[in-house]
Design a protein around this ligand. Structure first.
Ligand code: ADP
Ligand code: ZN
Ligand code: ZN
Length: 752
């Protein structure tokens, strides 16, 4: 369109380019795009000698005083790929986690969106201006197919898919284009969304779509969050509901309210693949709302990801269920973010930016003035602290649905067991008796093993050597399926040795008890027992995983044997016995959070027992029967545990009393990495005495990973920002050559 007022005042936009854009740069907006650009738009811009895709950050923006601006080249999609609040969220993340904006955007936007995957356009044809009779006659003789198209369109009286018309009538694309150019035919293109709503785990597993009538404690929780929703102001709620108290139904009610009032909602779960029942239940309960539910999981193809993202951006899908990255969903009018199992460490990302999905959820809700619900039977110490201090509302559901009893704990002292029993030490006598009874009564059992343990490692009784990964400082693990020894850090594989690599003794044996050893022990004790095994090996195949679960549910197995994953939200009504084979995480993890993790584990796993009409028993095998986590879990006393644990944390100044920032130094040369870490700490203390309490540098528990030697420093601080401001400038001084690299992990969860 010609500009009626002559001179065009050039618009200016700030854009963050993905390649090398740690911050936003100014660009001029060409006349063709004037008035069209909005924050969150994906555009192509020149950058040095190249071009890069990037996100419009601010538009219109103040032009910088001196610079001659280069111009935005192209608008990729009419639909913004980020909501304005996510731009603010990204800025907060860059500041809080100490990284560049572009590295935040790399996480925030799916690769398919960032790389500009083209949407599939559906092009529809209509007859715009029917030609006069003689023109049409001429056309019939000279270009019969074009005439046929016109006849076809005029007969149809509604838009016709171009691809279908072209194929059906045997037309060339050029012929159709010519008709469009002449104005006879009108083409309308709209984005065709490849279906991303179909979820491989959606098999509804016999779950009814109708909701339950909320019981009083559920109704109270819903009312409490509803009040926040109605106020349209930010508030975080901690929903502490014991296992089986019906938290999912509370989330569903809240999401239904939000969607029926025109808003949208995000539902975060620790891992979609591990919570198929929760996801299935949610989908079937939201099916009647007239909106799509996007299930955001790792099996989506790039195209599906792109389409799901666009569907959310367009408001076609108003609910998303997914793991931590779903917190960035571009939903318009987002009013509710639910974080289920908020205590789970998997909400923390292990690569830069090492953000915590739960904390980002709370931050996003606060930027939007939305409600955030953090739900768990075992809330994290951090969230409990926030609730206790009045920063979060606390909603409690202390009883199970229908007053089903909580499971009874039986603690087995494995020290005695080892003394008194000959043969296998995997299953205590009490557990064996329990399993036998369940088989006779045709009830089911779950046996749980801790994968974290150094189980299945190869040791030599003659020289005491353990077989280690050549690149990482950990023992290799036996995988019977293909008789390989594997490293669980770098996936190094080698044939399982038959003799000790150090002294050639043939007496080497595999120590510890992985799921496979437990399976063998069960087979010896109960030849007719049907055992289903779920561990990392089976997890890789999602169909198998799902089949094992549904077969177990249908009663085709007596026992489900597995690792951590079965601790999560599974719900089997016929399970009356849960055995925890090795409860002592704290013996294996050199981590101040070990007691908390052990307590969570015991409580969550126990929560799988007695969820139907039958009562449940939990048998805990432990070498530390008197320890806090075991004793408080046994008494079902969450508040007792956190109070004692909080005291300990305060005493040592650990989170949540202070923030923990873990600083990792890595290098191929151990001395050099250690030297840089030490010099860094000295300089930091000289420049900023008293800013942080410092532990280390010390070798990491996993000292060597992928041929890199690792040392860490812990900073314990009351606030993160001043620490980062002091640390980041030191990089230029100590990390100039790339021999040693560093990683800053703010609010570190994993300290291995
Ligand atoms: P949680 O997530 O708190 O462990 P769930 O949401 O899995 O608990 O609910 C436990 C069981 O109780 C589920 O089988 C669910 O269908 C059922 N349930 C939930 N709410 C009600 C209710 N109000 N009335 C009857 N059954 C319910
Ligand atoms: Zn040996
Ligand atoms: Zn390795």
């Amino acid at each position: 369109m010609p500009d009626l007022f002559g001179e065009i005042e050039p618009g200016v936009a700030e854009v963050v380019p993905f390649d090398g854009g740690a911050r936003a740069y100014s660009y001029s907006v060409p006349a063709a795009l004037k008035g069209q650009l909005r924050p969150g738009h994906l555009v192509r811009v020149p950058l040095g000698g190249r071009t890069s895709l990037g996100v419009v950050w601010k538009c219109p923006a103040e032009p910088p005083l001196d610079a001659k601006l280069r111009s935005v080249m192209l608008l990729e999609h009419e639909q913004p790929v980020m909501t304005p609040d996510c731009c603010r969220l990204a800025e907060w993340m860059a500041g809080y986690y100490g990284c560049g904006l572009n590295s935040v955007l790399e996480t925030l936007l799916p690769a398919a969106v960032r790389k500009g995957v083209r949407p599939v356009l559906r092009r529809m044809l209509t007859l715009a201006r029917p030609p006069e009779a003689e023109v049409l006659d001429k056309l019939r003789r000279r270009a019969p197919r074009q005439a046929q198209l016109i006849d076809f369109l005029s007969a149809q009286k509604r838009p016709v898919d171009r691809a279908k018309a072209v194929n059906g009538l045997g037309l060339s694309q050029q012929a159709v284009d010519a008709l469009i150019r002449s104005g006879v035919v009108h083409e309308d293109s709209s984005v065709l969304l490849r279906v991303a709503y179909d979820d491989p785990f959606a098999e509804a597993e016999g779950v009814p779509a109708a909701g339950h009538i909320l019981n009083p404690q559920q109704a109270a929780a819903v009312a409490s969050v509803s009040a926040t929703l109605d106020s349209r102001a930010f508030r975080a709620h901690l929903l502490h509901g014991v296992t089986g108290s019906g938290k999912t139904e509370v989330y569903v009610s809240l999401i239904r309210k939000v969607v029926s009032e025109g808003g949208s909602a995000v539902f975060l779960v620790p891992e979609v693949a591990l919570t198929p029942q929760t996801v299935g239940r949610l989908r079937s309960r939201l099916a009647d709302l007239g909106t799509k539910v996007v299930v955001w999981h790792s099996h989506l193809s790039a195209g599906e990801r792109f389409d799901a993202w666009m569907a959310m951006s367009l408001g076609q899908a108003r609910v998303v269920v997914g793991a931590r990255s779903a917190v960035f969903a571009p939903l318009p009018d987002l009013r509710l973010i639910v974080v289920d199992e908020e205590h789970e460490a998997s909400f923390k990302q292990s690569e830069t930016p090492m953000y915590h999905g739960r904390d980002v959820a709370v931050m996003r809700a606060s930027l939007l003035g939305a409600a955030c619900v953090l739900g768990s039977a075992t809330p994290s110490m951090e969230s409990w602290r926030n609730a206790a201090a009045g920063r979060y509302a606390l909603d409690i559901m202390p009883a199970r649905v229908d007053d089903r009893p909580m499971p009874a704990f039986r603690i087995v002292d494995m020290r005695r067991e080892v003394l008194h029993s000959k043969g296998q030490h995997i299953l205590s006598r009490e557990l064996v008796d329990g399993l036998r009874e369940r088989m006779q009564r045709r009830e089911q059992s779950i046996l749980f093993l801790n994968r974290r343990g150094h189980s299945r490692s190869l040791v030599c009784p003659d020289c005491g050597a353990a077989v280690q990964c050549p690149r990482c400082s950990v023992s290799l693990t036996l995988h019977r399926t293909d008789d390989t020894a594997r490293c669980h850090l770098c996936d190094h594989r080698e044939p399982a040795p038959v003799a000790c690599p150090s002294c050639r003794s043939p007496k080497v044996r595999w120590k510890g008890h992985g799921t496979q050893r437990a399976e063998e022990a069960l087979a010896q004790l109960f030849p007719r027992m049907k055992v289903a095994r779920l561990d990392a090996d089976t997890m890789g195949r999602k169909d198998l995983f799902r089949k094992v679960l549904s077969d177990f549910r249908a009663g085709r197995y007596d026992v489900l044997l597995g690792t951590q994953m079965i601790a999560k939200g599974l719900d089997f009504p016929r399970v009356t016995l849960v055995g925890i084979l090795d409860a002592d995480l704290s013996l294996q993890m050199p981590d101040f959070r070990a007691p908390e993790r052990t307590f969570q584990l015991l409580t969550q796993v126990a929560g799988r027992a007695g969820r139907g009409d039958l009562e449940g028993v939990v048998v805990v095998q432990t070498f530390q029967p008197a320890s806090d986590p075991v004793q408080f879990a046994k008494r079902l006393d969450y508040v007792g545990f956190v109070s004692a644990e909080l005291e300990r944390r305060v005493e040592f100044g650990y989170p949540p009393e202070r923030h923990l920032v873990r600083h990792l130094f890595r290098g191929r040369n151990a001395e050099k990495a250690a030297f840089v870490a030490e010099a860094w700490v000295k300089e930091f203390e000289r420049l900023h005495p008293g800013l942080a309490e410092i532990r280390g540098p010390a070798p990491c528990p996993f000292e060597k990973v992928q041929d890199q030697h690792r040392f860490h420093v812990w900073y314990l601080v009351p606030a993160v920002k001043p620490l980062l401001a002091a640390l980041l400038p030191l990089r230029a001084k100590f990390l100039r050559d790339a021999d040693v690299t560093d990683v800053l992990d703010v609010d570190a969860q994993d300290c291995a």
